[in-house]
Design a protein. Structure first.
Length: 71
Protein backbone atom coordinates (compact mmCIF):
# COMPACT_ATOMS: atom_id res chain seq x y z
CA UNK A 1 0.00 0.00 0.00
CA UNK A 2 1.29 3.47 -0.91
CA UNK A 3 1.92 5.78 2.05
CA UNK A 4 0.35 9.15 1.34
CA UNK A 5 -0.02 12.42 3.20
CA UNK A 6 -3.34 13.77 1.85
CA UNK A 7 -2.32 17.38 2.49
CA UNK A 8 0.65 16.99 0.10
CA UNK A 9 -1.29 15.46 -2.80
CA UNK A 10 -1.86 18.68 -4.73
CA UNK A 11 0.11 18.66 -8.03
CA UNK A 12 1.45 15.14 -7.38
CA UNK A 13 1.82 12.77 -10.35
CA UNK A 14 0.24 9.32 -10.64
CA UNK A 15 0.20 6.45 -13.13
CA UNK A 16 -2.83 4.22 -13.60
CA UNK A 17 -1.82 0.55 -13.51
CA UNK A 18 -4.74 -0.36 -15.80
CA UNK A 19 -5.28 2.62 -18.13
CA UNK A 20 -8.73 3.29 -19.54
CA UNK A 21 -9.18 5.16 -22.85
CA UNK A 22 -5.38 5.59 -23.08
CA UNK A 23 -5.45 7.71 -19.90
CA UNK A 24 -2.39 6.54 -18.00
CA UNK A 25 -0.68 9.58 -16.45
CA UNK A 26 -2.50 11.96 -14.11
CA UNK A 27 -1.86 15.08 -12.02
CA UNK A 28 -3.82 15.91 -8.86
CA UNK A 29 -5.24 19.36 -9.65
CA UNK A 30 -7.64 19.90 -6.74
CA UNK A 31 -8.24 18.62 -3.22
CA UNK A 32 -11.82 18.37 -2.01
CA UNK A 33 -12.15 19.01 1.70
CA UNK A 34 -14.84 18.44 4.32
CA UNK A 35 -16.08 21.22 6.59
CA UNK A 36 -13.35 20.38 9.10
CA UNK A 37 -10.74 20.81 6.31
CA UNK A 38 -9.79 17.13 6.09
CA UNK A 39 -9.16 15.90 2.56
CA UNK A 40 -11.95 13.58 1.39
CA UNK A 41 -11.33 13.38 -2.36
CA UNK A 42 -9.14 14.67 -5.14
CA UNK A 43 -9.52 15.69 -8.75
CA UNK A 44 -7.18 14.00 -11.22
CA UNK A 45 -6.44 15.43 -14.67
CA UNK A 46 -5.35 13.06 -17.43
CA UNK A 47 -2.20 14.40 -19.09
CA UNK A 48 -3.04 13.07 -22.56
CA UNK A 49 -6.44 14.74 -23.02
CA UNK A 50 -7.12 16.94 -19.96
CA UNK A 51 -10.14 14.87 -18.86
CA UNK A 52 -10.98 15.08 -15.18
CA UNK A 53 -11.83 12.32 -12.75
CA UNK A 54 -12.79 12.74 -9.11
CA UNK A 55 -11.85 9.93 -6.71
CA UNK A 56 -11.61 9.28 -3.00
CA UNK A 57 -7.96 10.11 -2.22
CA UNK A 58 -7.59 6.79 -0.37
CA UNK A 59 -7.91 4.93 -3.69
CA UNK A 60 -4.41 6.17 -4.54
CA UNK A 61 -3.07 3.92 -1.76
CA UNK A 62 -4.01 0.82 -3.78
CA UNK A 63 -0.88 -0.34 -5.67
CA UNK A 64 -3.03 -2.58 -7.85
CA UNK A 65 -4.58 0.57 -9.35
CA UNK A 66 -2.07 3.43 -8.90
CA UNK A 67 1.67 4.03 -8.71
CA UNK A 68 3.35 7.25 -7.59
CA UNK A 69 5.01 9.29 -10.31
CA UNK A 70 4.97 8.72 -14.05
CA UNK A 71 6.50 5.30 -14.51
Amino acid sequence: MNRINPDKLLLSKWTAVKPQQKERHFIVTKLIRAEDQTVIACKLEAVINKNYREIDWKELKNRDCWTMGWG
